[in-house]
Design a protein around this ligand. Structure first.
Ligand SMILES: Cc1cc2nc3c(=O)[nH]c(=O)nc-3n(C[C@H](O)[C@H](O)[C@H](O)COP(=O)(O)OP(=O)(O)OC[C@H]3O[C@@H](n4cnc5c(N)ncnc54)[C@H](O)[C@@H]3O)c2cc1C
Length: 482
């Protein structure tokens, strides 16, 4: 059995895309649009399974394409070894159902995280007050054994001010009595996490804290994304030859797409009635209308999937021990089904070919540089001033850092082909990240075409001059009807 390890690493607006809607048009078109959405949804554009026919073509040669296909989301995914159709198919049939079940198991639903922010890059921007009002100010005797007894704490109502008046941004810290075991010490050169359990860490039940709309927006959120992109992974220019820098940008962009998709898929449509639902306009505005963001999502998904499959032996033998035999056996079985799934192996035997990177003389230097940039991105998560966003931001960046560690290990100690030692929290982050990405890919694959159709029609309709001069943003109310 492999024990998971514990790190004791020392601490070391662009123009917002908006359209306007004529108010009269909104009233007249709402019903038609709703019908169109329903009709389009009924068609179910999920790609049919092509696994059988793809076995030979994919398995024999990994044709990692460096040029984007001309068709939209067709053919080989750029810099990967799988095509869009296979990914949609194998994700819908195999990966998504397995991952959805896996993340509900006791082992994978608890994540250990330091929730309050100690932003190392800029002073408190006025919204980082969570430490004073969050449940981490609990009496000493309630900590540090949160997983050994039922643990029910939530934000008192009068502390909502600490969430910028947005209760949906607060993390629910309720836990149950499941326990974890099995800890060793190790380090991840890609991340900035200080996992020293000095009483600042909180165990969070992820199922109680879905990634969705929280109301976190404006300069504070923009500052984080700006810092990530401009300082740590600038968009590569066309013709950029440095594959490694491209990879970093695409990983972050793909993650960003996935976060936006989750916000749009579970959006607070009406605060007064607490009505939640899909915000299709937002989905289109932030992701679907930019094909490169969708492509980067698929890329990130395959990259993380490749890390999982590369670490298959390690993950298969790991201890999924929470003290509940039945659940733990189920977890182990699900992990095996995921790692050794024949359909996955046939459709996408090598999702990403990491062996091509870090070649050449400057390889080691470049790796150090990119590692540093990724560590900065990891540290930036402590500047996210919305608690729930910080939770998912930290988890997913740790998941990416774990994938990088698996694929590009190592610091000289491990052989490149070996899987490095992983921390339990890294494995939890990796699997939960893969599940987030899988959900996003499924969403885009199944609903993207119909959303794009509807939105394109609305754009062309609204650009006609007969619609009058009174414009307003009405997408959210429009889609409440759906
Ligand atoms: C780590 C993190 C986690 C977050 N989690 C949540 C959450 O769980 N719930 C929530 O409601 N809000 C969350 N937010 C806030 C959310 O991501 C947006 O910042 C916010 O909704 C405002 O959106 P926006 O329209 O200003 O564009 P943003 O999404 O903030 O994007 C900023 C700019 O980045 C560029 N950009 C956008 N998408 C991409 C992409 N895929 N690839 C490349 N460039 C891109 C565009 O130029 C865009 O104008 C999070 C923010 C961060 C930094």
């Amino acid at each position: 059995m492999v024990k998971f390890t514990k790190s004791f690493k020392p601490k070391q607006e662009n123009g917002k895309e908006r359209r306007k809607w004529s108010s009269w048009w909104l009233i007249g078109a709402s019903a038609a649009v709703v019908l169109a959405v329903i009709a389009a949804g009924a068609v179910s554009p999920m790609a049919a399974s092509k696994i059988g026919s793809l076995v030979s073509s994919n398995y024999k040669s990994c044709q990692c394409s460096s040029a984007q296909d001309t068709g939209k989301y067709k053919g080989i995914i750029e810099d990967c070894c799988c095509d869009y159709e296979s990914v949609d198919s194998v994700n819908g049939e195999v990966l998504h159902p397995l991952l959805q079940e896996l993340v509900t198991t006791p082992f994978f639903r608890y994540f250990k995280v330091k929730l309050w922010c100690d932003c190392p890059f800029w002073p408190d921007d006025g919204m980082c007050r969570l430490r004073d009002c969050s449940v981490c100010e609990c009496p000493e005797n309630e900590f540090p054994e949160p997983f050994k007894k039922p643990f029910h704490r939530g934000l008192p109502a009068d502390d909502l001010v600490c969430q910028e008046g947005k209760p949906q941004a607060a993390v629910d810290r309720t836990l149950d009595s499941r326990a974890f075991r099995g800890w060793i010490v190790t380090d991840n050169p890609w991340t900035n996490d200080d996992e020293t359990d000095n009483g600042e860490l909180t165990y969070v039940n992820l199922l109680l804290n879905p990634e969705r709309y929280t109301g976190y927006a404006g300069p504070s959120a923009r500052r984080i994304w700006d810092a990530i992109y401009s300082e740590n992974c600038p968009k590569y220019a066309s013709g950029e030859i440095c594959q490694e820098k491209k990879v970093l940008y695409k990983l972050i962009s793909g993650l960003h797409s996935s976060i936006s998709i989750h916000i749009a898929a579970d959006y607070l449509l009406d605060e007064s009635t607490n009505k939640w639902g899909q915000n299709l306009e937002l989905m289109y505005d932030r992701v679907l209308r930019y094909p490169d963001r969708v492509r980067n999502l698929y890329f990130t998904f395959l990259f993380v999937l490749r890390a999982m499959t590369k670490a298959a032996d390690y993950l298969e033998q790991a201890e999924y021990d929470t003290g509940n035999n039945t659940e733990d056996l189920k977890t182990q079985s699900l992990v095996r089904q995921l790692l050794y799934n024949p359909k996955l192996q046939a459709a996408c035997p090598l999702p990403f070919d990491e062996a091509k990177l870090w070649q050449g003389q400057s390889g080691p230097e470049l790796k150090q540089q990119i590692q540093k940039q990724f560590r900065n991105i990891s540290a930036l998560m402590d500047c996210v001033s919305c608690e729930k966003c910080r939770l998912w931001g930290k988890l997913q960046v740790l998941g990416l850092g774990t994938a990088l560690k698996i694929l590009f290990s190592v610091d000289g100690q491990n052989q490149p082909s070996e899987s490095p030692q992983l921390q339990r929290n890294e494995v939890i982050a990796l699997v939960n990240l893969l599940n987030r990405l899988s959900e996003s890919v499924k969403y885009v694959s199944e609903q993207g075409p119909s959303i794009e159709k509807i939105m394109s029609k609305q754009i062309s309709d609204s650009s006609e001059p007969k619609h009058g001069s009174t414009w307003k943003r009405a997408g959210e109310s429009l889609f409440q009807l759906w």
